[in-house]
Unconditional design. Structure first.
Length: 345
């Protein structure tokens, strides 16, 4: 068994704003189990939700988002997540506070290979593994991984209660949310926003990159990569890893040949999130994993969403297998990649 001895707590914000981190200590022991297909996210609602006049609507939106994520990913994992509804910093729509762990790169790849062997239907993971040598993996020695992802990979038997550390997702009570649909063009989509943050808990989006956290907590994060950093490219065969706003990068699992979504390069938001332009009033152009959001509805989160490819590529099991041409449908031309990011109000 391999033992890991360092852990950090980090905050990822959906919208503009900085990140906060604190270094803690904990031992993590690796173990192996056979997965059974059943992801369960177990919510706890804090008193600010229970005491809110709209508490039932808030809980309903959260449970709807949980139902979507549970239905897409099939691992035998029970993830405890606390949900809060309190004032946040201006420009922040939501944020996630969770625990990160250092894992040797070679061990991490071995865990992904085990996950791929256990779920051969996951074509995204198989493609990503086959193309790792083309990306930032060539420079990786240590990974920074969320507790939930390590739980899914059967690598946290030494955690208290074998749990991923108890993530907390906080919605900004000052934001003009719509908790039920249809979402009007002047309000934010609460269901889509919770889905965004749950992706962070699973290890995707802002939870999948160390670019922001290296700036705020260099002692723990600098010199390490997050899981989606391994799939960050400037061009085919040209991996990219920089916080510079002058860069253009994109998420790809086939060596950079197919761009699934543009990565955000504005350090005011999570650099592990996506950055396509907002459509008028949200709609089809408003991806779940956008770093900056506009009012209006998000995309429907399905097996055709870029976020699905992102989460599958870091090891989560498939439930509904995408059509053979799904990867091609997700891709877009590599010519003229650019970013239009909108800050949250």
């Amino acid at each position: 068994m391999l033992r890991i001895s360092r852990l950090a707590e980090s905050v990822s914000r959906h919208g503009r704003g900085g990140l906060a981190s604190a270094v803690l200590l904990l031992a993590v022991v690796f173990a192996s189990e056979q997965p059974v297909h059943a992801l369960t996210i177990s919510p706890t609602f804090d008193s600010a939700i229970a005491d809110n006049p709209d508490g039932a609507l808030i809980e309903g939106a959260i449970n709807t988002a949980i139902g979507t994520i549970d239905s897409l990913y099939g691992n035998a994992v029970n993830l405890p997540v606390t949900f809060a509804y309190r004032p946040q910093a201006p420009g922040t729509l939501s944020l996630t506070n969770q625990l990160f762990y250092h894992v040797p790169f070679s061990t991490y790849v071995g865990l992904l290979q085990n996950a791929s062997a256990a779920d051969p239907a996951n074509a995204f993971l198989a493609t990503a593994l086959a193309n790792l040598p083309s990306g930032n993996a060539v420079n990786a020695s240590v990974m920074s991984i969320t507790g939930a992802q390590l739980t899914m990979l059967h690598a946290v038997a030494g955690l208290p209660g074998n749990t991923p550390g108890g993530a907390t997702i906080s919605l900004n009570s000052n934001a003009n949310f719509a908790f039920t649909g249809p979402v009007p063009p002047d309000r934010y989509d609460a269901v889509g926003d919770v889905e965004h943050e749950l992706d962070e808990v699973l290890g995707g989006g802002g939870g999948g990159s160390t670019l922001n956290r290296c700036i705020t907590n260099p002692g723990f994060y600098c010199g390490t990569y997050g899981p989606t950093d391994l799939y960050r490219y400037y061009a085919p065969g040209v991996p990219g890893y920089t916080a510079s706003s002058a860069a253009t990068s994109y998420f790809s699992i086939d060596g950079g040949n197919t761009a699934i979504a543009s990565f955000n390069q504005d350090p005011a938001g999570d650099l592990g999130d996506f950055a396509p332009p907002c459509g008028t009033g949200g709609g089809a152009d408003e991806l779940i994993q956008d770093a900056f959001s506009c009012p209006g509805p998000y995309e429907a989160y399905t097996t055709s969403s870029p976020e699905y490819a992102m989460v599958e590529a870091i090891g989560w099991d498939s439930v509904a297998v995408p059509e053979p041409d799904t990867l091609a449908l997700l891709g877009f031309s590599l010519v003229g990649l650019g970013f239009v990011s909108r800050r949250r109000d």
